[in-house]
Design a binder for this molecule. Sequence first.
Ligand code: ATP
Length: 241
Amino acid sequence: MQQNVLKVSGLKIAYGGIQAVKGIDLEVNQGELVTLIGANGAGKTTTLKAITGTLPQCRVEGQIIYGGEPVQGMNSFKLVQRGLAMVPEGRGVFTRMSIHENLLMGAYLRDDKDGIAADVDKWFGIFPRLKERRDQLAGTLSGGEQQMLAMARALMCHPKLLLLDEPSMGLSPIMVEKIFEVVRTVSAQGVTILLVEQNAKLALQAAHRGYVMDSGLITMHGKGQDMLDDPKVRAAYLGEA
Ligand code: ATP
């Protein structure tokens, strides 16, 4: 039987008078790559923030179960300790540290020196662009390379769930392809991923399952390939008549 890593039920979030999320259900099972797609302002980032405990003051209803326990209201530090890793929009790498130092920062909760060194080698193997630039300051990397570094850094803590917020944002088409290739490779390593994306086509191609969010509601969900074949998804999100 598939095991839930994350289960969100009846989640509602309001910023003052604005109801940004209007009662959504979604789940991510062990080893799955699940994507949440939708237009600007649909409520995707707000949903991710609720999961990671980083929402500003606002009204939250419903339930978020992560790793078998209710976590709404739990602070983000505790969630990180429980293996929840978030790569935010805009990435947030330590620009004045080298690539290698950034990776080590990702392992700050660990003290197994040999294991950390083995993981640095492992992720450098999967992200060769980072390996070539190992001692370069992270601030000198291109946007796509910084995205890769943010992902590799998050993976250094062996996350139970990796949350990616718009990893393709602001990147050139070639770099977007590369990032999706990396997301697939990381998923193939068995990492459980929730991917928030506006690039619906690439996200659904990569994902096992997808959810469409529109104006605070989940309007469709299903297997990635089935959604790609769905005429409503094609018309609304893939730019096809
Ligand atoms: P985008 O891709 O543009 O980030 P999104 O689907 O992630 O879109 P959200 O950022 O979650 O959408 O925004 C959902 C709604 O909540 C929007 O109407 C937005 O204006 C509103 N909102 C988001 N953050 C706040 C905030 N801190 N205070 C008030 N309203 C907010």
